[in-house]
Write a protein that binds this ligand. Structure first.
Ligand code: HGY
Ligand code: MN
Ligand code: MN
Length: 415
């Protein structure tokens, strides 16, 4: 691809697109709240569709609402190179998590159109539905159905905190397509994402070449004690589910600390019933999020937490139930695709390091059905899943340039 070694995206145009998309589903502190299958998600999808349309792309939507925008190659039968990420955000999300990967993919197409560059393989820009898993668990739900990990019917029956069904909400916002999910075949898939961790910024590096993704469990726990008066119930007679949850929270933290430096664990989702100031909580439902790059460590942590919960419940005379609501093993990305990313960073004279992704991504599932790799760029203080998430235009530009070179290399430029 020497004739295009200095191929560069238009960083200003990418930045403008990011700022434009960020206006949809604004948060309360400068970030975004564009949760999956909300009206705001529908609006963001429509805006993106208009941009893709203007770039001459042909849209396809599958039955999970995954969006695909195809730029023709010179060989219509060649397997396309897919590139994308997700437009949905956390409730207190940033402007770049996922969005940079989708808009970076569009910027590649815009640049190739500007320069009249043709590729043998078609290129397909992708937006995966419900990567975040915050409204409908688990995370990476629609890419998981696409990769054959989840049954479509099970996924469509997932409900949010208000009891709304995924399938109904997808139909309501008008983005349920007719393409059978998972029917598309890929030559490769590439995803650009902010690191959501501190390594690249701390080490003043431009690019993360993601070789692996750590594994994850989401364990939903239901502790049942007994509501009673906070004033008149003697301490020894209490069956306090809230205290049980506090002890499990400590257990999760201590278990992760036993497997440093790589393991992590926390509880981010909590429902307390009846959540009244003067009633001892009778029921707590919460989700444990544990992760590790090592499958053995992940399984060991899960087993220790399971046993620990049983011990806590027995000692406190409360009931405990646990359900796995999300899980994927550690992921090893495709060597050839990872090399394409690393070579692209080299070619562009960008500093880089190999990375294990701390967060889960759609790429983790797509890696099961197509050769896949990820490009990461730094983010300020490694902060993400926080409205203060921030990146620089240069970081975004470098990341999108590496993504473009890896994609174009794989899609084979036709002189
Ligand atoms: O949870 C994750 O790692 C991703 O941000 N959904
Ligand atoms: Mn993401
Ligand atoms: Mn995220």
């Amino acid at each position: 691809m020497s004739q295009l070694s200095n191929l560069q995206i238009n960083g200003d145009r990418l930045w403008d697109a990011l700022m434009e998309m960020a206006k949809i589903g604004p948060g309360v502190a400068g970030g975004n709240n564009r949760q999956t299958l909300t009206d705001e998600d529908g609006e963001g999808r429509k805006l993106f569709q208009s941009w893709a349309d203007a770039a001459g792309l042909t849209m396809g939507v599958d039955t999970m609402g995954n969006m695909f925008f195809r730029r023709e190659g010179t060989d219509p039968d060649a397997l396309p190179v897919y590139v994308g990420s997700h437009l949905d955000t956390q409730p207190t999300g940033g402007k770049y998590d996922g969005v940079l990967g989708v808009l970076g993919a569009l910027e590649i197409v815009r640049t190739l159109n500007d320069l009249g560059v043709k590729t043998k393989h078609p290129i397909v820009v992708t937006n995966w539905t419900n990567e975040e898993g915050t409204r409908f668990a688990p995370a990476m739900l629609a890419s998981g159905v696409f990769a054959g990990v989840h049954e479509e019917a099970w996924a469509k029956d997932r409900v949010d905190a208000k009891g709304k069904r995924f399938g109904d909400e997808l139909a309501r916002i008008g983005w349920e397509g007719d393409e059978p999910v998972g029917s598309r075949k890929m030559k490769a898939f590439f995803e650009l994402h902010i690191e959501q961790g501190p390594i690249l910024e701390d080490e003043d590096l431009d690019i993360g070449v993601v070789t692996h993704g750590q594994g994850l469990y989401w364990l939903e726990v239901r502790l049942t004690g007994k509501e009673s008066h906070t004033g008149s119930t003697p301490m020894p007679k209490r069956r306090n589910a809230g205290l049980g949850m506090a002890r499990v929270t400590e257990l999760v933290h201590e278990t992760a600390m036993d497997f440093q430096p790589s393991a992590v664990g926390a509880i981010g989702h909590v429902e307390v019933y009846p959540n009244s100031r003067n009633i001892i909580p009778g029921r707590c439902v919460f989700t444990i999020d544990i992760r590790s790059p090592s499958k053995e460590t992940l399984e060991e942590m899960k087993a220790r937490i399971e046993d620990g919960i049983a011990t806590i419940a027995e000692a406190m005379d409360i009931e405990a139930e646990m359900e796995v609501v999300g899980h994927f093993d550690p992921v090893t990305f495709d060597k050839a695709c990872v090399t394409a990313v690393r070579d692209a960073a080299e070619r562009l004279g960008l500093s880089h390091t190999d990375l294990v992704s701390g967060a889960g991504h759609d790429a983790c599932w797509i890696n099961r059905v197509a050769p896949t790799a990820m490009v990461m760029c730094p983010c300020v203080d490694g902060l993400s899943h926080n409205e203060a998430e921030e990146i620089s235009k240069d970081w975004a530009t470098n990341g999108a340039n590496v993504l473009m070179h890896a994609v174009v290399e794989t899609a084979e430029v036709v002189a």
